[in-house]
Design a protein around this ligand. Structure first.
Ligand code: ADP
Ligand code: ZN
Ligand code: ZN
Length: 687
C-alpha cells in the first residue's frame, strides 16, 4: 500500500503548514499532487487544504498524524506559478499563506460535493467545445459588431503592447474619452491571434475598478468577439456562477476574464496580458483581510510570467506617473478624444463666496441645468455624500445626532425616515422631537444626495431626475437598470455619488456639476488632493463624449469657495501632468511615498488606552534603527461600533529593510498572543 505525507495549508491564522497522511486504497487511481485540494480533519471540523508538498516521510510522530479524508482530483491542480503568486502576496502583506490561498478560490470549490464540481466542469467543457467548432479556421478572431478604425495614437499604443516581448509595464495615459477601451480590446485581440498563429493558448485578464462597469464592458466584449469565451469575476456573482467562471479561467477555457480587484488572484494557466483600467482607482485596494493592491499584484504577476501589463488612466496614480518618469513604466499617450467631433469639456468654477446657494445649487449652475433641459440634453450632478443630511440638530438645546456607538453623526435618510450611521449601520427611526429637550422642530444640517434630489424636483417639476447612490441601488441588478435608463435617454438630470463618476460612456451628457468638492481639499490624508483631482477629472470626463453634441460646447461647473486653489487651477487647464509633477515634488520634499515606504499597524480595543498601550508595546518590541516608527495615535474616526481604534505608522526609505523588519516584527507580535484585535497594512492608502 502506497503511503505519502502531504504538507498542506489551510485557512487559519496559524502561519504554518500541516502534515497529513495519505494511504492509497484499492479504489484510488489518482495520486496526490502539489496544487491539489484535499479534504482534511482539523480539530473537530472538516476543512479544505491545498497540497504544497508530497513527501515520503514526516517529522511529526506517526501516531499524531491524521489521515486525509479525500483528494479533490476533479480539477487540474493549481500551478506552481499560482502558488508562487499567493506566496508573494502572503509574504509581502504578511498574512499566512492559507489565508491567501483558500479565501481566494470559490466557496463551492472548498466545500461543495465533488459531484457539483463535476457538473460545473461539464457545463464549461460543452460550451468551450461548441465554440471551438464554430471558430474560424484561419485563427483570426472575427468581429461581429464592427470595431472602429483606430486613430494613429491608439494604433501606436496597440502596436507597442502587442510587440512587447517579455515583461513590460505600459502606462496608457489617455484623456477621458480617448478610447482606451479600444486599445485594450485590440491589444487583447492581437495577442490572442498571435497565440493561435503559433499554436499556443492565450488568456487575457481585464480588471475594472467598479462592479457597475462590468455589464457595459462585458456586453461590448461579447458583441465584439462572439466566438471567445468570456468569464467575469466579481463579488456579486452567486456561488454557483463564481464556481463556473473561476473554473472556466482555471481550466483554460475562458479566453478573456473580466473582473474587479479579486480577479487578480484568479488561476489563469495561459495568461498573456493583464489590463488594469482606471489604475489610479482606490477600489483596487482591498481594505480588509488580505489588504492587497490588485494593481501592484498585477504588475508583480506580469513580471513573474514575463508578459506585458497595461495600466490605463486619464489621471494615473502619482506612483505610476513617477515610475513612468523614471523609465520603469513605458508611457503611451492618447491626447485627444476618439470620437471625431467630441472635444474635452470646458471646465468652469463657480465662486461660492459670491454666489450664495442656501439649497446647495448656485444660480449659474441652476441656469446651466435649465439650459440643458430646454435643449433635451442630459446633466450630471456629483455629490459624494449620500442620505438627506449628514446631521440632525436641535436649535433649542444643541442636541446633535451623534451615533452612540461611533465618533460619527447619524445621517438623516428622509425617504426611509431613518437615522443611519454609515460606520456601524446602526439605524433609528427619525425622532419626532428632540431626545433631550422635546423640541419638535429638529433641523437637518448640510446636504446629501436625497436633499438635492428633492430640491431639483421643486426646481424642475417636469424634469426626470434620477439619483444613483448606494441607497438607491441596494437591490441586486438595480444599479445596472438605473445606468441603462440613463443610456436610453430616459433621464434628464442624473445625480449621484462617485458611483456615477467612473468610466461610464454616457452619450447624451453635456453638463457636469460638482456640488461641493471642497470638503476633500483640507483632509489630513496626504493623498486626498490626488484623489479629488482624479475624481473631478473622471466626473468631468463624462461630459461631451459624443459627436452629436459638436455644435454645443459641453461644460463642467465646479462650485467652490476656493477658486484660486492650485488643484482647481490645474483642473481648469486639464493639466493632469502639471498637477502630478507638483504633487511628486511635494512628496519628495516631505518624504512621503513613493519616495519612502509605509506600513500601518492598527489596534482595536474596548478602551482607547488599551489600544494605544498595545501599540506602544509593539513599537518598543524590537530594535529598529532603519525604520522610523511614529507615536501611536487614535484613528480619525476613533470609535466604531463601540470599539476604540488607534494606529502606528512605520516608515522607511528602503522597501527591503521595511519588509525584513515587518517579518520579524510580525512573529514577535503574534508571539504576544494578545486578545486585542490588530492588523497590519502594507502600503496603506488611508492614513
Ligand atoms: P476612455 O475609456 O478612454 O474614457 P472609451 O474607451 O470609453 O474612452 O471611448 C470613448 C468613446 O470613443 C466610445 O464611445 C468609443 O466607442 C469611441 N471610440 C473609441 N475609439 C474610437 C475610434 N478609433 N473611432 C471612433 N470612435 C472611437
Ligand atoms: Zn433639544
Ligand atoms: Zn455608528
Amino acid at each position: 500500500m502506497l503511503k505519502k505525507i502531504l504538507k498542506v495549508v489551510i485557512d487559519t491564522p496559524l502561519d504554518t503548514t500541516f502534515d497529513y497522511r495519505w494511504t492509497q486504497t484499492t479504489t484510488d487511481s489518482v495520486l496526490p499532487q502539489v496544487g491539489q485540494f484535499v479534504r482534511l480533519p482539523f480539530g473537530r471540523r472538516e476543512v479544505t487544504g491545498l497540497i504544497l508538498e508530497v513527501l515520503d516521510s514526516s517529522d511529526v510522530d506517526e501516531d499524531k498524524l491524521r489521515d486525509v479524508i479525500e483528494l479533490r482530483h476533479q480539477i487540474a491542480p493549481l500551478s506552481a506559478e499560482w502558488i508562487a503568486l499567493c506566496q508573494f502576496a502572503a509574504d509581502y502583506y504578511h498574512r499566512p499563506l492559507g489565508e491567501v490561498v483558500l479565501p481566494g478560490v470559490p466557496k463551492h470549490l472548498r466545500e461543495a460535493k465533488p459531484a457539483s464540481i463535476e457538473r460545473a466542469l461539464k457545463k464549461i467543457r460543452v460550451t468551450a467545445a461548441d465554440i471551438t467548432r464554430a471558430a474560424a479556421d484561419d485563427g483570426a478572431i472575427g468581429q461581429a459588431s464592427s470595431a472602429p478604425v483606430l486613430n494613429d495614437e491608439q494604433r501606436a499604443a496597440v502596436d507597442a503592447i502587442a510587440a512587447t516581448t517579455g515583461f513590460a509595464s505600459h502606462l496608457l495615459y489617455g484623456v477621458t474619452g480617448s478610447g482606451k477601451t479600444e486599445v485594450y480590446l485590440h491589444a487583447a485581440q492581437a495577442l490572442l491571434e498571435q497565440a493561435t498563429a503559433s499554436g499556443t493558448r492565450a488568456q487575457i485578464l481585464l480588471l475594472v475598478p467598479e462592479i457597475n462597469l462590468t455589464p457595459q464592458l462585458e456586453h461590448h466584449v461579447r458583441a465584439r468577439f462572439p466566438q471567445l469565451n468570456v468569464a467575469t469575476l466579481h463579488s456579486q456573482l452567486s456561488e454557483g456562477e463564481r464556481l463556473r467562471h473561476w473554473l472556466s479561467a482555471h481550466e483554460g477555457h475562458a479566453d478573456l476574464v473580466l473582473g474587479t480587484r479579486l480577479a487578480v488572484l484568479a488561476s489563469l494557466p495561459h495568461l498573456k496580458l493583464i489590463v488594469i483600467d482606471e489604475e489610479h482607482d482606490p477600489s483596487y485596494k482591498q481594505q480588509e483581510g488580505l489588504r492587497y493592491s490588485a494593481r501592484d499584484l498585477a504588475v508583480w504577476r506580469a513580471r513573474q510570467l514575463n508578459i506585458p501589463v497595461v495600466l490605463g488612466s486619464a489621471t494615473p496614480s502619482v506612483e505610476s506617473w513617477h515610475h513612468a518618469g523614471s523609465g520603469r513604466y513605458r508611457r503611451l499617450d492618447l491626447t485627444r478624444r476618439a470620437v471625431a467631433q467630441a472635444t474635452l469639456p470646458r471646465i468652469g468654477l463657480i465662486d461660492m463666496e459670491r454666489n450664495k446657494a442656501p439649497d446647495g445649487l448656485s444660480a449659474p449652475l441652476i441656469a446651466a441645468l435649465r439650459d440643458r433641459l430646454e435643449h433635451g440634453e442630459q446633466s450630471l450632478l456629483f455629490l459624494n455624500r449620500r442620505g438627506y443630511a449628514p446631521v440632525m440638530h436641535c436649535d433649542a438645546c444643541g442636541w446633535i445626532s451623534n451615533c452612540r456607538r461611533c465618533t460619527a453623526f447619524m445621517v438623516l435618510h428622509k425617504p426611509e425616515r431613518r437615522l443611519r450611521c454609515h460606520h456601524c449601520s446602526l439605524e433609528l427611526r427619525v425622532p419626532v422631537s428632540c431626545p433631550t429637550c422635546g423640541n419638535v422642530d429638529l433641523q437637518p444640517l448640510g446636504r446629501g444626495t436625497q436633499r438635492i434630489e428633492e430640491y431639483l424636483q421643486t426646481l424642475f417639476p417636469e424634469a426626470r431626475v434620477l439619483r444613483i447612490d448606494a441607497d438607491s441601488t441596494r437591490r441586486k441588478g438595480s444599479a445596472q437598470q438605473a445606468f441603462e435608463s440613463v443610456h436610453r435617454g430616459e433621464v434628464d438630470i442624473l445625480l449621484g455619488t462617485q458611483m456615477v463618476a467612473k468610466g461610464h460612456d454616457f452619450q447624451r451628457l453635456t453638463l457636469v456639476g460638482a456640488i461641493n468638492p471642497d470638503t476633500a481639499l483640507f483632509s489630513q490624508d496626504y493623498r486626498a488632493g490626488e484623489r479629488l483631482f482624479a475624481q473631478l477629472m473622471q466626473v468631468a470626463g463624462r461630459a461631451g463624449r459624443a459627436a452629436a453634441n459638436q455644435n454645443r460646447q459641453s461644460e463642467v461647473l465646479l462650485q467652490t469657495r476656493y477658486p484660486q486653489h492650485p488643484l482647481y487651477r490645474a483642473l481648469l487647464a486639464h493639466d493632469y501632468a502639471g498637477f502630478a509633477e507638483t504633487t511628486i515634488e511635494e512628496r519628495r520634499s516631505a518624504g512621503l511615498p513613493p519616495f519612502i515606504y509605509q506600513a500601518l499597524l492598527r489596534a482595536e480595543a474596548k478602551t482607547l488606552a488599551a489600544a494605544l498601550e498595545f501599540l506602544q508595546t509593539a513599537r518598543d518590541l524590537l530594535p529598529h534603527e532603519d525604520i522610523s516608527i511614529n507615536e501611536p495615535v487614535p484613528m480619525t474616526i476613533t470609535r466604531v461600533a463601540g470599539v476604540e481604534r488607534a494606529q502606528l505608522l512605520l516608515e522607511s526609505a528602503s522597501r527591503t529593510q521595511l519588509q525584513t523588519f515587518l517579518k520579524h516584527w510580525m512573529q514577535a507580535l503574534r508571539a504576544m498572543k494578545t486578545r486585542l484585535r490588530w492588523s497590519l497594512e502594507v502600503d496603506p492608502v488611508d492614513i
